[in-house]
Design a protein around this ligand. Structure first.
Ligand code: COA
Length: 323
């Protein structure tokens, strides 16, 4: 697989830690030291498809193609505009990619990685030639703004890549899920309501709507699973950890990233971070980071990259790519 172009977009409104300290009992020092997050972008009306369309238009221009050249749109999100139509089809309409087959993928913070793996499978099979892969989230609408343990963590944004088949660029992935631990990170439940059951009466609907998390369990899971799957993918690619130029991890928490670097015995500078500006944007974090690095020239001398996503499900994965 070859990445032809990339783009990203985040809503213009920036919310600082000090801003949050006015709505919940928190402070910049607590949030910065526990997470590394300083600010996040929050939508003042744009939906996930709006963010995704803006990132995609930038990626299409960067790739030097036209929207009609795209034969598939894969959009990773857990906060789509609606259940129907799928968010990828809404993006198709907004960008004029009339020849694309469109569908969404929901694997929370691993979503973009799983979408990229799916794109690779379609390219290898010959079913598609040019695929737009997007991660887009409006997590602000799934956040309980009165819960200080979660509302400080998340942000809105989108990142996109245009990919095509290229035999000269290796692509290798490992991934997994553990549904038995799904309850440590939950949200946006749509309880059963039909002619037989009215879940409104139980009060479950409101309790389950917003994201809820057992932070320490998620932390433990991430710092164990991520190094494990990175080691696996590097071995599968026939490389050593030292051969990897950059590790682009899902941007959840700087302490998770440092701990992974330490466990792999790799210097921190090989793990770029931008979560200080964006917070955790779930499926959007890896493509936003990739695009920022690419546009600032920091990928110019980079060849071998490992991407790694992890989060709700639980889900995890690592993918080795060559630029
Ligand atoms: N501001 C101030 N205090 C806060 C706070 C906030 N925003 N959020 C929680 N606290 C308090 C707690 O109430 C608790 O107080 P207590 O000791 O009086 O009970 C104290 O801080 C410690 O809380 P705890 O939850 O034990 O903190 P922690 O060290 O585990 O850090 C996280 C919390 C969420 C930062 C950390 O668990 C984490 O990063 N987990 C991974 C989360 C993640 O990245 N999820 C997404 C993965 S895709």
């Amino acid at each position: 697989m070859k990445i032809l172009g990339s783009g990203h977009y985040a809503p213009h409104t920036i919310v600082t830690n000090d801003d949050l300290s006015k709505i919940v009992e928190t402070n910049d020092e607590w949030i910065s030291t526990r997470t590394g997050i300083k600010t996040r972008h929050i939508s003042d009306g744009e939906e996930a498809s709006d963010l995704a369309a803006k990132a995609s238009i930038e990626a299409i221009e960067d790739a030097g193609i036209s929207a009609e050249d795209i034969d598939m749109i894969l959009l990773a999100t857990m906060t789509p505009d609606a259940m129907l139509p799928n968010c990828a089809s809404t993006v198709q309409k907004k960008i004029g990619a009339t020849n694309a087959t469109c569908f969404d993928i929901n694997a929370a913070c691993s979503g973009f990685l799983f979408a990229l793996n799916t794109a690779n499978a379609y390219l290898v099979s010959g079913m598609c030639k040019t695929i737009l892969v997007i991660g887009a989230e409006t997590l602000s609408k799934a956040t309980d703004w009165s819960d200080r343990s979660t509302c400080v963590l998340f942000g809105d944004g989108a990142g996109a890549m245009i990919v095509t088949a290229d035999d000269s660029k290796a692509f290798c992935s490992v991934s997994g899920s553990d549904g038995s631990k799904g309850s440590v990170l939950t949200g946006a439940a749509t309880p059963l309501k039909n002619m037989l059951v009215n879940s409104d009466e139980t009060g479950k609907e409101i309790a389950n709507y917003y994201m809820q998390m057992d932070g320490q369990e998620v932390f433990k899971f991430a710092v164990t699973k991520v190094p494990e799957c990175i080691n696996q993918v590097v071995e599968k690619a026939g490389k050593a950890v030292e051969d990897i130029d950059l590790f682009l991890l899902h941007q959840a928490n700087v302490r998770i990233i440092s701990s992974v670097a330490k466990r792999l015995k790799v210097a921190d500078h090989k793990f770029p971070v931008n979560l200080d500006k964006y917070g955790n944007t779930s499926a959007a974090s890896i493509p936003i980071l990739f695009d920022e690095l690419r546009k600032s020239g920091k990928l110019d001398d980079v060849n071998r990259v490992v991407l790694s996503g992890f989060g709700g499900g639980l889900t995890w994965g690592a993918t080795y790519i060559e630029l």
